[in-house]
Design a binder for this molecule. Sequence first.
Ligand code: ADP
Length: 520
Amino acid sequence: MSKDHLGLFDMPLERRQVRTGIAIVGVLLTAFFLILPWRAIPLPEVGAFVPMVDSIMLVSDVIAATLLYSQSSVFRSRALTVLASGYVFAALLLIPHALSFPGAFAPKGLLGAGINTTAWIATLQRLAFPAVIISYVVLRRIDAASPPDPNSEPRIVASALVAASLALGVALLTTRGHDLLPAFYVNRADLSYFNAVAYQTVSFVLLSTAFVMLFRSRRSVLDVWLLVALSSWMIQSVLIMLLHRRFTVGFYSLFVMLVVSHLVVQLALIAESNRLYGKLARATAERDRERDSRLMSMDALTAAIAHEVGQPLTGVNLNARAALNWLTRSRPAVDKAIGSLYATIDAGHHTMEVIKSIRSMFDKGATTSTRFSLNDLVRETTRFLEGELAGERVTLELALDSSVPAIVADRIQIQRVLVNLVVNAIESLRATQGRPRCIAIRSMPLERRAVLLEVSDTGLGITPDEIPHIFEAFFTTKEMGTGLGLSLCRAIVEEHGGRLWASTGAHSGATFHLELRAAA
Ligand code: ADP
């Protein structure tokens, strides 16, 4: 079975997405070269411009962080948690950035800001982005090599708190600690050029390192959009190095590019999430249909057998009773009794014929034997039954030994057996109260090329009196049971040269043992 691609970070790349990403970078580069000759032209100061742009980016970063956190909690990924927290950090810094921008809310900015406050906030945000991407690439390798993070929820809360504290620290440092930091501006409009170039060089080097690392390990849709965002940040760094003043064509264009680099990731995340969930919904509907048809085939088969066999069996009963009546009269009518007994035998034969014909119908599938892994079949079948298990709040434990050899059998028929055993276990658990509801399925290799599968439950269990009868046709302890499931299962297993038997659990419940021959 093909692996389900459930997360954005795990969806394979498609050419279309790569092409769109390259096209956006192309547009940004063209814009950069078009702006270059005009960059120094002064434009009027628009007080509302920076807060407006900051609020757009704030909303966009919060959405990106929410989407990434939800993916990281589902997939328990440390890498996505750090990436999402990077967005939280960037989003929170936009608040002091807008408030402290000179001329936005107050001539010198709020929060006791100095002339370098916003430049430092923007620079630290700019340095954080590549640092977060580098951690994302490294943690993704760790994620791939280790089991899913068991503490993903507390880790998400902790890392969001760390991001918020860092943002608060940066806000305090750049406002209260303003004078401790080197200068960016000589006055509220003119840059201290040497410093600006030095910081942008550091940021450019970090951004290119992150770009190269992510590019070399790229594998998902998310990666493409992060690469686009990194490219946009790099173009901005170069632009800043060529700017000398605020409130110029270059200055306003820089903010437009900033918006693009913030928006691009989460617009792509939203679009890809919708596409992904559409795909998942279709796959789930398909799986449900397939599952229903397989479950129904078992139901339909047992109902048909009950119906077909029921009629001749009624004949057996009636004739046997009649024979008894003839013999127990005060003057027994032996001839008539013999006649009834012959009719009983005929009805018995007829029952056998019906059973044989149903068996031959059932046999048809045996010709479609394939080689497959019993472990994979167990995983697939239990996925089919997820709804039933969850509905009865049953915990499923799979202990599937990877050294179990492949078997050659009719996959559908063996799946019928499995479905029947698990559904019986669920029904047995449904009848219990006040104890853990658990089904455990174990597989193990046996000597002499055989495979053993055990299905245990913590349900009602089977009494020693019942054990010899449960595999007999029509034996049932259920009000609505047909008593045919286990007898059919044993027939299927024996036709495959295997064995199926039951035992009572160590403390409670029942265990069914299925032994099959391994492929030669
Ligand atoms: P049905 O489910 O229609 O009764 P089956 O042949 O599948 O027919 O099962 C026969 C009987 O075996 C059940 O009625 C039940 O008494 C017993 N049985 C089967 N599975 C279990 C189980 N997991 N735990 C306890 N009893 C079971």
